[in-house]
Design a protein around this ligand. Structure first.
Ligand code: SF4
Length: 378
């Protein structure tokens, strides 16, 4: 049996960021939630008794909204009900405002060895405009405090194409980030998600958007500046120093098994996808009365899985391993996508080398267009 990735979703945030489409609610997690989460661990873990978790990821929402004591109970539960490998990568997303010396020391003592921080920008004006509660200086101090506390594997998130952000603003954020004691940067362009304040503003034409040329310049700066300072682009939005690629995220991109616990958490086990229903109240009620959490289950067809295999592998620098594809689906990839691949190669968006098919620089910039070509007609 291969190793398992374990994901724990903590769907609470102090306030709502204007761009965020994730499920989260605006209050602190309470002990009732932690008790329900531990109950879910107890109920779902027997099916994975033979598996070892080599990655554990606490995501959200804001996992650092858990108190020190609550975090201890969550980690204790994970270790009690699952086999967590001694060498597991254990990541926790943290908000700079929560990263006090005491919080960091407690997290370290609990075995957390990687932190991911939603920094987003080096510009306080932009941070306020997108609804973040921290300043750039809070973020910088938090990263340095964590480094001092012994966290030498840290990732930060940055955003571009923010309303009112100039090419120069984004360049400054990149140049600031590369001098922080971090090992990984994830960079996202602003996506206007349904149900967010930004989407509503954009629909009314009241959200300033960058020009196409500025978007391109920001993208190009990201692809030049981060590698220049030693952060290799190994996935479409992810850059890492050597030896510091995210092991957990790789499970998603390689279609490996992962189990998600907590409201709105998704899992993938073989060809089945599960998603716990998002409502926290219902989640707590069901689990604390001895019932499993309400969940949607989807059985992926071979076609769905093949499409996903292509999208997700193309996200990675190494692209689609063609021999693995042929072993998995019984035919060479060109049997299914021959015309499309030839067209994308002619457009210089895809390239094949050493039995791998991957994005060119321009292909990665036009990712969605390329991904669409891998949707198969019925
Ligand atoms: S971006 Fe993060 S902190 Fe902001 S609302 Fe979404 S999950 Fe919460």
């Amino acid at each position: 049996m291969t190793d398992l990735g374990l994901y724990i979703h903590i769907p609470f945030c102090r306030s709502r960021c204007d761009y965020c489409g994730f499920y989260s609610i605006g209050r602190q997690p309470d002990d009732r939630f932690v008790a329900a989460l531990r109950k879910e661990m107890e109920m779902r873990s027997p099916a994975f008794a033979e598996r070892t978790c080599d990655t554990l990821y606490l995501g959200g929402g804001t996992p650092s909204s858990l108190t020190e004591d609550q975090l201890e109970r969550v980690m204790e539960g994970a270790r009690q009900y699952f086999h967590i490998s001694d060498t597991a990568e254990i990541t926790m997303e943290m908000n700079p405002c929560d990263m006090t010396e005491s919080y960091l020391e407690n997290a370290k003592a609990l075995g957390i060895n990687r932190i991911s921080i939603g920094v987003q920008s080096h510009d306080d004006r932009l941070l306020r405009a997108i609804g973040r509660l921290h300043s750039a200086s809070d973020a910088e101090k938090a990263v340095k405090r964590a480094y001092k506390a012994g966290f030498h594997n840290m990732s930060i998130d940055l955003m571009y194409e923010l309303p009112g952000q100039t090419v120069e603003d984004f360049r400054k954020s990149l140049l600031w980030a590369v001098h922080l004691p971090i090992t990984h940067v994830s960079v996202y362009s602003l996506i206007l998600e349904e149900g967010t304040r930004f989407k509503q503003l954009a629909d009314r034409g009241a959200l300033p958007r960058p020009t196409e040329n500025d978007s391109w310049l920001m993208y190009r700066d990201m692809c030049r500046i981060l590698p220049h300072y030693g952060f290799e682009r190994y996935e479409i939005s992810s850059f890492a120093r050597k030896g510091f690629r995210s092991r957990h995220n790789r499970k998603y991109w390689e279609l490996k098994d992962y189990l998600g616990l907590g409201p709105a958490a998704a899992s993938r086990i073989g060809r089945q996808r599960f998603e716990v229903n998002p409502g926290v109240r219902l989640y707590e009620k069901e689990l604390l009365t001895g019932n499993p959490p309400p969940m949607e289950v989807e059985n992926l067809s071979e076609k769905d899985e093949m499409e996903e295999y292509c999208f997700l592998h193309l996200r990675m620098k190494e692209g689609i391993p063609l021999d693995d594809f042929a072993r998995r689906y019984g035919e060479d990839i060109r049997y299914w996508y021959g015309d499309k691949i030839t067209m994308l190669e002619k457009q210089h968006l895809l390239k094949e080398e050493n039995r791998r098919l991957f994005f060119t620089f321009h292909g990665a910039a036009l990712g969605n267009y390329v991904f669409e070509q891998f949707l198969r007609d019925e």
